[in-house]
Design a protein around this ligand. Structure first.
Ligand code: MF3
Ligand code: CO
Ligand code: CO
Length: 250
């Protein structure tokens, strides 16, 4: 069942989305070499709590921390740890989901730490372009497959690969709602988008192989070839004639 949000629900949900986006903005100038991913978790956790919201990831199906921190070859769901310290040339994805006003807001960004090689920086830039391309085709009457198709075309056009095991999702009163938003596929296929739907688009794009492995902790997803992976995520609203990004910072 895909929920259609009313005007009032959208207003409430936008507050949660804004808070999630503001959390990323809050940390962007604070990330530095030597800091641990647990330090990043604490910065986000405290900011969310100080704003009277709840970090949706904490205890979600047993996830032990408030945000996901995915370094380099970690595709997604990295667990913050004192042991993982940021190094010069790393890329770090921080995925923040907040629960506020009865709604979830979900967004992530891949940050560059120090001097990142041109090859990896380009992957990060193209991954962001993939997210924007996906958003650009969203409008009532478009199909879910249109989103995946344009993302796949852009990523593979640069010689990168698209992770298939994890995808975007409907979001609202629940963290993960229908539909699943694949980041690959065929134009003109899948369900028709309707005004008032809210879902995330969150492409995970790999420098090498698209295949992944799940680590022993049952959360951390890494590339099977050890090459880096980048990701960006926004929560999107289908409007009268297009899409609106809900996870925008002040
Ligand atoms: N925020 C992630 C997403 O984009 C989900 C994280 S679930 C967690 O859908 F349990 F790992 F936190
Ligand atoms: Co998400
Ligand atoms: Co997320």
């Amino acid at each position: 069942m895909i929920s259609i949000k009313s005007k009032r629900e959208i207003e409430l949900m936008k507050e949660s989305c804004r808070l999630a986006a503001n959390t990323l903005k809050h940390i962007e100038d604070k990330l530095e070499i030597g800091m641990s991913t647990e330090d990043v978790n604490k910065l986000c956790h405290d900011y969310i709590i100080d704003h009277k919201a709840i970090p949706s990831c904490l205890n979600y199906h047993g996830f032990p921390k408030s945000v996901c921190t995915s370094l380099n070859e970690v595709i997604c769901h990295g667990i913050p740890s004192e042991k993982d310290k940021l190094k010069d040339g790393d890329i770090l994805n921080v995925d923040v989901t907040t629960y506020f006003n009865g709604f979830h807001g979900d967004t992530n960004r891949t940050f560059l730490i120090g001097n990142v090689s041109p090859e990896i920086k380009k992957l990060v830039d193209v991954t962001y372009e993939c997210l924007l391309a996906g958003i650009s085709v969203v409008k009532p009457g478009a199909r879910l497959g249109d989103i995946g198709a344009i993302i796949q075309e852009m990523a593979e056009g640069h010689g990168y690969s698209v992770v298939r095991e994890y995808c975007g999702h409907g979001i609202g009163r629940e963290f993960h709602e229908d539909p699943q938003v694949l980041h690959y596929g065929k134009k003109g296929t899948g369900i028709e988008l309707k005004k008032g739907m809210t879902f995330t688009i969150e492409p995970m794009i790999n420098l090498g192989s698209r295949h992944c492995l799940l680590l022993e902790d049952d959360w951390t997803v890494v590339t099977n070839d050890g090459k880096v992976s980048a990701q960006f995520e926004h929560t999107i609203l289908v409007t009268d004639d297009g899409a609106e990004i809900m996870t925008v910072a002040d």
